[in-house]
Design a protein around this ligand. Structure first.
Ligand SMILES: C[S@@+](CC[C@H](N)C(=O)[O-])C[C@H]1O[C@@H](n2cnc3c(N)ncnc32)[C@H](O)[C@@H]1O
Length: 251
């Protein structure tokens, strides 16, 4: 008998093969340069993203995911701000559609999942994109500056099961500044993208809004009510390009 999770795997395999075949044909027909341009336009066009949001794939997909997960009592895992990075076994969520997006959704809003329903939330190089107000109580150490990120983390905590895990990878602002002052000009130009964000494609989600370091992260995670906060060796592909932090904590 084919279980719902098998359906999901088959669906993914078929859509991956279709994508692969059409990519090869287009690649051959158009040449790499034109193909890359077309793909960039398709996934990053603001007009197309607005249409996609209007059609509301979110409702269709979340209903579909809920049906599977609730029926089979499988654990639900969320990969927030996935970009083009697909994690098998996770619901891959991003505000901007790419070939890896299961759900188009702004994760700074209320998540479309019930309380205590998610086993793991993971995000890589997302948290520095979330809104803050750096001028709030500027005279204080941290004060109200990070109130909005704390509010978002509390929302993520709501959907996590008791003892659910949050894993965060992100650039280490202090590490980058240290490296920047010693680097040559070309490395400095590279690092500046990792400090401020890419600012690509006129995309408001491609901007870094604050500078994460161990102290700020510990502060916001504690304020959001997470516990067992542990800093670990970074595991993501970004560590090849800039100093990174990895933190794991429990609801
Ligand atoms: C630097 S990319 C990281 C992509 C991927 N996680 C990785 O490690 O390669 C940041 C991603 O976060 C997404 N993002 C930023 N703010 C977001 C938000 N509020 N809601 C959902 N996604 C967001 C961006 O669209 C982008 O894909």
């Amino acid at each position: 008998m084919i279980r719902p999770s098998d359906h999901q795997t088959i669906r993914l395999k078929v859509s991956k093969s279709v994508r692969k075949i059409s990519a090869t044909i287009l690649n051959k027909l158009l040449g790499r340069w034109l193909y890359d341009k077309l793909i960039n336009w398709w996934y990053n066009s603001n007009i197309l993203n607005k249409i996609r949001k209007k059609v509301n794939f979110l409702k269709i997909k979340s209903r579909y995911k809920f049906r599977f997960y609730n029926k089979e009592l499988e654990s639900l895992k969320l990969h927030l701000g996935c970009g083009r990075h697909y994690l098998e076994g996770y619901v891959n969520i991003d505000a901007v559609k790419s070939q890896s997006t299961d759900l188009i959704y702004d994760v700074s809003e209320k998540l479309p999942y019930p309380d205590n329903s998610v086993e793991i939330i993971t995000c890589s190089h997302l948290l520095e994109h979330l809104p803050v107000c750096l001028m709030a109580n500027i005279e204080q150490e941290y004060g109200e500056k990070y109130a909005s990120v704390i509010k978002i983390l509390k929302e993520w905590q709501r959907v996590l099961i008791p003892t659910g895990k949050l894993i965060i990878e992100l650039p280490d602002f202090d590490g980058m500044v240290e490296e920047y002052v010693k680097a040559d000009i070309s490395r400095q130009e590279e690092l500046i993208c990792y400090i401020y964000g890419g600012y690509r494609f006129n995309n408001i989600y491609d901007i870094h809004r604050w500078g994460p370091n161990k102290y700020r992260l510990t502060y916001i995670l504690e304020k959001a009510g997470f516990r067992n906060i542990e800093f670990k060796e970074s595991q993501g592909h970004h560590k090849e390009f800039c100093p990174c932090l990895r933190v794991e904590c429990i609801k």
